[in-house]
Each structure stands twice: as structure tokens, then as C-alpha cells.
Design a protein around this ligand. Structure first.
Ligand code: UD1
Length: 417
């Protein structure tokens, strides 16, 4: 199993280019199931989660051609198996995103229930309820969601809570439904908007994406299209937090600061110098940051996917920060690892009280999930002496060569077996 060995203490300098967004790529790959014509994607990130989704779609019968490393042409003219098996779903919960498109296109779908994951229970009841409201017959047997509907019907559906993939699943299903669907209390995340742009390019009729009410007028069929995946705002935020923590002067290129305004505000509150440009962000930092409190919530508030990285930053702040996680029940597993590096953090309920310390010291730590891994990389960059991070397969699910990109900025990181 690969590990990262980080020699802390190097400031970062230079320019880094952000890859396409994982959380936009995964639903957009599934959108290709909605049409018998080719969907051509560019700026596709080369990540393990993307490869897993591609192999899931390949098993269903989708043909895929890559003209360049970050481009793919998806051809779902035939779907042989409208099935997402447990073996793949258990490794990546986002496989549930195949459910809506498969059902809308094939009239039936069989997708394994994802089960729990390290950061919380993460049920999919909203996905199922929404499809039932659109007239699908759904039963749960042998650990599978079995859904059938000759043609889905437009409806008004109010989500009990804000769910990103739930909104994406129902939005995709509704594009081929009979009549108008309105999704209320919908997720407003930029990745939902990127998916809507792709679907509209495929001939879907969608208004309101980016607001909490999305209206979809169903059409008989969708056609082929080309779409460039949006830049990854969480990768962008990770480079911001890394530079803020390690110190230095970095330009993050090929990104969009608007999707990250809440994170930028918090970094500024922590004393970090950030300049936003059209498609780039410059971040400069020296010395210890100031303390800043953070509360995660759905977009446009501070994203849960940046909580761990921000905690690594304020673990060295001058002062005490309170970090509250409101989206997932168990997303504080990085705390005990940060403590091994000398951080002073106590967890009280869903909040972490972080008393900033002057220095962290390198140690052996273990990555527990994707963003916790990024948090430990950032902590390793500022710690005195070497930090070894085990189980970094979590990191490879969601970051494209993170250590190479950081090394190009002056970090000293080695990947070892
Ligand atoms: C997506 C992102 C993930 C991010 C999360 C929150 C993708 C592929 N993943 O995950 O990186 O951390 O949004 O921004 O885009 N819930 C239910 N019932 C449901 C659905 C969700 O109770 O049917 C709960 C979840 O347990 C969680 C909360 O709603 O507590 C939000 O989850 P959700 O937005 O659905 O997360 P994902 O879409 O899985």
C-alpha cells in the first residue's frame, strides 16, 4: 500500500493548474446514459473515482474512447445491463448516480444500496422517494434498489434535506419524464449547475439550477453534445489551504473563485492574503494564521469537503478556533491524527475546539477518508521533521497527482510502497 513521506518546512511558490472537478465529472459521466448519441467530455480528471465510474458504465455496455488523457467520448447507444453491482457501489457511493438516468432511459434499473461509509450513514432515501414521486415502482430486495417505470412522470418534489447527488439523480431522471418536474429545496452546489449545463447542451429543458428550485420540462429524447468539466473547487481550496499553512506565494490557475467565496472569506479572516482574478487566484502567506471559526453547510456556505483542510491550517493559528460539522455525523476522524502531530484539538459533539499551537512535529499518521488525507498532507507540510501518511489510496480517489503538483511548488514529498 502506498504511503507519502513529507519533509515539512518548505514554503510553496509558483503556479499550479487545477484539474476538472471530481464531483461534477461523476454525475456527468452518468448523464451519458440518457442518450443513444455520443457525449464528448473534456477536462476529465484522472482519478480513481472517475476510473471506477467508467468501469461501472463500461459493464453496463457503454463504449468509451479517449482521444486525449483528459477527454473521453461516451457512447451509450446500447445498454446491456442496467445494473450497478455491490462490488463497485461499495467502493464508491456516487455509483448511485446511475439510478436516475438508467431508469429514465431503460425503464428499469438495479443499483446496489451503498451501505454506510466512514464519514457517516449517508442514506439514499431521498433519491428513492423522489423517483417514487415520479411514478417509479421501487422495491429493496437482497441489498438492491430495483426500480421500474415505463416512463417517469413529472411531479413536484420537496427534498426533506439538501442532498447534492439526490438533486443530480432526480434532475437527470426528470429530463426524459413525461411533463414538468419541480425539485424544491434542491442543492445549489456549482457541480449541480455544471451538470445542468451539460444536460441542456444535450437538449434538456432545465431552469433554476443554482437556486433551490429547479424546473425540468421532460423531453422525448436527448442528443449528443460536448462539455468541458468545471474546475475542481475543492482541489483549488486545498491548494489555498496548503499555501496558507506552509507559507509562500502561489498562483492557482484554471479555476473559478466564485465557487469558493466562503472558503476565501474564511482564509482572509485567518489573515491570508488572497487576490482573485478571472480564472486564477493568488495566495500569499507568512507566519502563523489567525484563528477563525467555521461551520459547514450546503452551498453557498463553507463546504464540508474543505473542513479537514481548514482544520490543519488553524491547528497552528494564534488563538482558538471552533469548527462545526453539520453535514456528516462522523467527519472528525482527522482530529486524532492531527493530535499525533502535536495539535491541541478537542471534539465536543459535532464541533472541534482547536487551540492553535506554535509548531507541529512530524509523525506516522493514517488517512481515514479523502479529505482527511488532504488535511494530513497540509499538516505534514508545516510539521518539523518527516511525516508518513499511510493509506493514501483515499487521496488518489479524489486528487490528481497531489504530491507531484505540490512538489512542483517546492514541497518535499515522496511516494513510497
Ligand atoms: C456530495 C459530494 C461529497 C460532499 C457532499 C456534501 C459527490 C459525488 N459527493 O455527496 O463530496 O461531501 O455532497 O456536500 O458529489 N442524506 C440523506 N438521505 C439522502 C441523501 C443524503 O439523509 O437520500 C444526508 C446524508 O447522509 C448527509 C446529507 O444528507 O448527511 C448530505 O449528503 P449529500 O449531499 O447527499 O452528499 P452526497 O451527495 O453523497
Amino acid at each position: 500500500m502506498d504511503k507519502l513521506v513529507i519533509e515539512g518546512g518548505c514554503a510553496l511558490a509558483g503556479e499550479v493548474r487545477v484539474s476538472g472537478a471530481k464531483n461534477a465529472a461523476l454525475p456527468i459521466l452518468c448523464a451519458a446514459l440518457l442518450t443513444p448519441e455520443p457525449l464528448v467530455l473534456s477536462n476529465l480528471p484522472r482519478l480513481n473515482d472517475v476510473r471506477t465510474m467508467q468501469s461501472l458504465l463500461g459493464q453496463m455496455g457503454m463504449r468509451q474512447d479517449g482521444s486525449a488523457p483528459d477527454a473521453v467520448s461516451l457512447d451509450a447507444s446500447r445498454i446491456d445491463w442496467p445494473l450497478a453491482p455491490y462490488e463497485l457501489v461499495k467502493t464508491m457511493r456516487a455509483s448511485i448516480l446511475a439510478l436516475g438516468p438508467l431508469l429514465a432511459r431503460c425503464g428499469e434499473a438495479r443499483v446496489s444500496l451503498p451501505g454506510g461509509c466512514a464519514i457517516g450513514l449517508r442514506p439514499v432515501d431521498q433519491h428513492v422517494k423522489g423517483l417514487q414521486a415520479m411514478g417509479a415502482e421501487v422495491d429493496l430486495t437482497h441489498g438492491y434498489i430495483n426500480a421500474r417505470a415505463a416512463r417517469l412522470k413529472g411531479t413536484r418534489f420537496v427534498f426533506d434535506l439538501v442532498t447534492v447527488t439526490g438533486t443530480e439523480n432526480l434532475m437527470m431522471a426528470a429530463t426524459l419524464a413525461d411533463g414538468v418536474t419541480s425539485l424544491e429545496n434542491a442543492a445549489r452546489e456549482p457541480e449541480v449547475v455544471d451538470l445542468a449545463h451539460c444536460l441542456v447542451a444535450m437538449g434538456a429543458r432545465i431552469t433554476g439550477a443554482g437556486s433551490d428550485r429547479i424546473v425540468i420540462e421532460g423531453v422525448e429524447r436527448l442528443h449528443g453534445a460536448s462539455h468541458a468539466i468545471m474546475p475542481d473547487r475543492i482541489e483549488t481550496g486545498t491548494f489555498l489551504a496548503a499555501t496558507a499553512a506552509a507559507g509562500g506565494d502561489v498562483v492557482i490557475a484554471g479555476t473559478d473563485w466564485h465557487s469558493l467565496a466562503a472558503v476565501i472569506d474564511k482564509l482572509r479572516e485567518a489573515g491570508i492574503d488572497i487576490a482573485t482574478m478571472d480564472t486564477a487566484i493568488r495566495v500569499r502567506s507568512s507566519g502563523r494564521p489567525r484563528a477563525a471559526n467555521v461551520r459547514t453547510a450546503p452551498f453557498p456556505a463553507f463546504p464540508t469537503d474543505m473542513q479537514a483542510q481548514f482544520m490543519a491550517l488553524v491547528s497552528r493559528a494564534a488563538g482558538t478556533s471552533v469548527i462545526t460539522e453539520t453535514i456528516f455525523e462522523n467527519r472528525m476522524m482527522h482530529v486524532q491524527e492531527l493530535r499525533r502531530l502535536g495539535a491541541d484539538i478537542e471534539v465536543e459533539g459535532n464541533s472541534a475546539v482547536v487551540r492553535g499551537v506554535e509548531r507541529l512535529t512530524g509523525a506516522n499518521v493514517m488517512a481515514t477518508d479523502l479529505r482527511a488525507s488532504a488535511c494530513l498532507v497540509i499538516a505534514g507540510l508545516v510539521a518539523d521533521g518527516p511525516t508518513t501518511i499511510d493509506r493514501i489510496y483515499h487521496l488518489d480517489r479524489g486528487y490528481e497527482r497531489l504530491e507531484d503538483k505540490l512538489c512542483a511548488l517546492g514541497a518535499r514529498i515522496r511516494r513510497v510502497q
